[in-house]
Write a protein that binds this ligand. Structure first.
Ligand SMILES: Nc1ncnc2c1ncn2[C@@H]1O[C@H](COP(=O)(O)OP(=O)(O)O)[C@@H](O)[C@H]1O
Ligand SMILES: [Mg+2]
Length: 362
């Protein structure tokens, strides 16, 4: 069991882990996902003390590894780490690469290390490469060897940091197949990955990382199909988001049009959609809300899914109840009918923004 309490890791310019607490049970297979720079690698590296936390505590079973008196070598022998960049020894043959950790670190005798090494090479489908050097192998083969070498230590916990992201796409599958088998062995496996479908298919638990920690922790069904957090939902669906705030009748309309333009171009949206977003913004905000409210407080959210080629336009605004589509000026309403469909208007007095209008951009 891995127990993390109030883990904080600060670098001079950023604090990727602000206050992380969690318990990882034996046999958990955890996929760690999230935007880049959210501390996924830092978390993994903290678990085997490759990074020394700024504060907080980590226990592996009943050993506190963040205790300065802890014998780290002994604890690390129970943990294996697989990196993006293989890290094999170029001057050793494949079988020597796999044999050397248990010989050097555990004092295993050569014959046993050899037998065990060959068994592991068979398990990753590479026993015929035993006498080759790493340079003679493809990226996918190197990574399978790196996994075999990690397994040679018979670790209880295996940490993998984007094990397939340095690979040519044709080789991702063979490495994933090895990891998939490994996930069934009952070892604790924590894997940082961008391959969502793969993550979903092998793990029993997902950490979505953002905002300085584990933003959402749940089953793959929860995280991928029914995420609770707003950021989780946007991430797993690959949504590109633009948010605009308007708090005055005199606001930078042209600046906002430019921001929308840049957002549409950056995400390579179809021309028709981009045009409809501009028009929707103009007809809702400029032609209606600014005219209707003396003190406007408006929050616009646009979420674009490249995969589905859909964009959702959400307008949150505070003040009296006012549904643009039934009360707004006729010209705007008729334009909006051509730019956005399926409107859902809600009024909720208890919210900061009492009015909400959601439309699908056509
Ligand atoms: N050794 C370091 N020194 C300074 N900043 C670092 C160091 N390692 C990581 N960072 C910063 O910490 C943040 C989190 O990094 P990382 O854990 O690698 O994120 P992820 O793996 O989620 O992409 C990033 O902003 C990164 O630039
Ligand atoms: Mg990383």
């Amino acid at each position: 069991m891995i127990r993390i309490e109030h883990l904080k890791k600060e670098y001079p310019n950023t604090t990727p882990l602000k206050d992380v607490s969690t318990v990882i049970n034996d046999g958990d297979v955890i996929s760690v996902i999230g935007p880049s720079g959210t501390g996924k690698s830092t978390l993994l590296r903290s678990i085997n003390m490759l990074e020394v936390p700024t504060s907080g505590h980590i226990w592996i079973d009943d050993v506190e590894i963040t205790d300065p008196k802890c014998d780290l070598e002994q604890v690390r022998n129970r943990m294996g780490m697989v990196f993006q960049s293989f890290n094999l020894f170029g001057h050793m043959t494949v079988i020597e690469n796999v044999m050397s950790p248990p010989i050097d670190l555990l004092g295993m005798d050569r014959q046993r290390a050899y037998d065990e090494g060959m068994r592991l090479l068979r398990a990753v489908g590479l026993s015929d490469k035993a006498l080759n050097y790493p340079d003679e192998l493809s990226g996918g083969q190197k990574q399978r060897i790196a996994i075999a070498r990690t397994l040679a230590m018979d670790p209880d916990i295996i940490l993998m940091d984007e094990p397939t992201s340095a690979l040519d796409p044709t080789m991702v599958g063979e490495v994933q197949a090895v990891i998939r088998e490994l996930a069934k062995t009952g070892k604790t496996l924590i894997i940082v990955t961008h391959e969502m479908r793969f993550a979903k298919s092998i793990c029993n638990r997902v950490f979505f990382m953002d905002e300085g920690g584990i933003y959402e922790d749940g089953t793959p069904q929860q995280i991928f199909d029914a995420p609770v957090g707003e950021k989780t939902r946007r991430f797993v669906r690959g949504l590109k988001v633009l948010e605009l705030d308007i708090q005055n009748t005199i606001y930078d309309f042209l600046g906002m049009q430019t921001a929308i333009e840049e957002y549409c171009v950056k995400n390579q949206m179809p021309y028709r959609m981009a045009k409809h977003i501009h028009l929707t913004f103009e007809e809702t905000v400029q032609q209606n809300l600014i005219a209707e409210y003396e003190k406007p407080d408006i929050h616009v959210t646009i979420e674009y899914s490249e995969e589905e080629e859909t964009a959702v336009y959400t307008l949150d605004y505070s003040g009296k109840k006012y549904d643009i589509l039934s009360e707004g000026n006729e010209l705007s309403v008729s334009v909006l009918k051509t730019t956005a469909g399926d409107p859902r208007y809600e009024w909720d007095e208890t919210r900061k923004y009492q009015n909400r209008l959601v439309m699908n951009i056509l």
